[in-house]
Design a binder for this molecule. Structure first.
Ligand SMILES: Cc1cc2nc3c(=O)[nH]c(=O)nc-3n(C[C@H](O)[C@H](O)[C@H](O)COP(=O)(O)OP(=O)(O)OC[C@H]3O[C@@H](n4cnc5c(N)ncnc54)[C@H](O)[C@@H]3O)c2cc1C
Length: 464
């Protein structure tokens, strides 16, 4: 419960209108795209770095916890006030401050929605590649904090690869900037990348400078239909092995196809076991050649049909399917848990098989989506969280999937982060030394433990 004097001090910074305390507002900001709920005491909407710094100083003076939040599309409760206190929501700091064509960079506030930045830079012939499935809602601040990846990761990498510099408010209330706008910068430790992926535990990001690329002149989308998911998985690893670099390489299994067809009636083949959705982009001649090569490749690996889009509009239509996939599957049952284990692409097929075997054995309904070119699996486990016994079976499946992914050289998370859902697994992947260094970094930034408490590091054992 927030003391009246704290609310008064916060209201003095941003005005009472931008301090939300009604039950309805608190409930709205009490959940994200995961299954947990934690109510904050107040949700506050700064419009500037100065206001953010003043909020942080006030919180520190009164020892109130602070949790940053973008759009709340995170999948691990990262933006929730797990121990109450203030949620700072950056949705009102949403200006694109600069698009610099000469030096190919953009400067944005953290509340800018990723898709809005993509559209704005494309309008002037530039390209911001990171493209999470949630790009239509997720913010740049959230993307930096989570090091968001997405569909174009296989060719273009993730948020980290585009960061030039940041401005941030530290838990002390001090403002710090990192990086430059130059293409190269090796001055000192790379604090920009330390913040990227830190899940809102080290600092509040208030300004972001990203590198841009020239916009690819052409793109083709291919849809390859398979009667066997193994064949689809093997095609992915062979494409990568053959040195072909598509811009995207996504896999949907039978259950995803069925759910999409039931919800959106896109004319997808209901008898297919899997579909690969593949983009190639670049100069027009290269794209035509690559599209033909990839189509042949898919057929030779067992695709029963390959459809190549013939226009920009058709490209988009094919992507409508993929972008709607999470929603289409999630509506089948009351609760959906999205796994994120990522493996070397050469063991993709074996991992998909293992995931299906684990879920079948534990009687858990699962659909498999994947940023397959990255080996980044998204098994969607469907259940009813009110049913304790069913939830336990889902958790057991999670444990087994994690163990398998780690046993084949994979990682706990390819892009969704650790949050509170995967915190207990951290010691399985990170050594005690790594965890000790991470805790020391957290203490250096946030000696009083005031920023985003109850997050991934604190959930692991040990105080060293
Ligand atoms: C349907 C769906 C599809 C998705 N697809 C992908 C995908 O393809 N790839 C992918 O990587 N992720 C994906 N995600 C996960 C999620 O959308 C991303 O992690 C996204 O980057 C979160 O952005 P957000 O603005 O919603 O952040 P939030 O969920 O609000 O916050 C996420 C984290 O960022 C911190 N944070 C937010 N703003 C700031 C700030 N200004 N300063 C410091 N910390 C901050 C929060 O404290 C929290 O720890 C998907 C999610 C959904 C629901």
């Amino acid at each position: 419960m927030l003391k009246p004097e704290v609310l008064e001090a916060l209201s003095a910074i941003v005005g009472r209108e931008r301090c939300k305390t009604s039950k309805e507002d608190l409930l709205t900001y009490g959940y994200d795209a995961c299954i947990y709920e934690y109510l904050p005491d107040v949700v506050i909407f700064p419009k500037s770095t100065r206001e953010t710094a003043d909020i942080m100083k006030t919180a520190l003076a009164h020892q109130v916890f602070v949790t940053p939040r973008g759009a709340g599309s995170g999948l691990g409760a990262e933006s929730l006030a797990k121990q109450g206190g203030i949620v700072i929501c950056f949705s009102m700091m949403n200006r694109i401050l600069e698009i610099n064509r000469a030096n190919r960079y953009a400067v944005v506030e953290p509340g800018v929605v990723i898709a809005d930045l993509q559209k704005a830079v494309e309008g002037v012939g530039l390209f911001y590649p990171p493209d999470p499935g949630s790009a239509a809602v997720a913010t740049m601040g959230g993307a930096v904090a989570m090091n968001a990846g997405g569909m174009r990761g296989v060719k273009y990498g993730v948020t980290r690869d585009y960061l030039l510099g940041l401005e941030m408010v530290l838990p002390s209330g001090e403002v710090m900037t990192t990086g430059t706008v130059t293409a190269k910068d090796v001055t000192g430790y790379d604090l920009t990348r330390l913040i990227c992926g830190s899940e809102g535990t080290l600092a509040l990001v208030t300004r972001i400078t990203v590198r841009l690329l020239p916009r690819p002149k052409a793109k083709r989308t291919l849809q390859a239909v398979y009667d066997s998911i193994d064949r689809a998985g093997d095609t992915v690893s062979r494409i990568i092995e053959a040195g072909i670099i598509p811009a995207t390489l996504e896999l949907m299994d039978r259950m995803v196809i069925k759910a999409l067809e039931e919800s959106a009636h896109l004319g997808l083949p209901l008898d297919a076991e899997a579909i690969l959705l593949i983009d190639v982009d670049g100069d027009p001649e290269t794209v035509e050649r690559q599209a033909a090569l990839v189509a042949e490749f898919c057929k030779s690996q067992g695709a029963r049909e390959v459809r190549v889009s013939s226009s920009e509009k058709e490209n988009e239509q094919l992507w409508v399917a993929r972008r709607s996939a999470f929603g289409a599957v999630a509506r089948l049952r009351p609760s959906c848990l999205i796994e994120d284990a990522t493996v070397p692409v050469s063991v993709l097929t074996a991992t998909i098989k293992k995931v299906k075997e684990i879920c079948a054995r534990n009687q858990v309904q699962v659909a498999v989506l994947a940023h397959a070119g990255d080996g980044n699996l998204h098994p969607l486990m469907l259940f009813d969280q009110r049913n304790r016994e069913e939830l336990e079976r889902v958790e057991k499946s999670m444990d087994e999937i994690v163990d398998y992914a780690l046993s084949v050289g994979g990682t706990l998370s390819g892009e969704h982060g650790i949050g509170i859902t995967k915190a207990k697994y951290l010691p399985k992947q990170l050594s005690p030394t790594s965890l000790r260094i991470m805790r020391a970094i957290k203490r250096t930034f946030d000696p009083q433990g005031i920023l985003n408490p109850g997050s991934f590091l604190e959930k692991t054992q040990g105080n060293n």
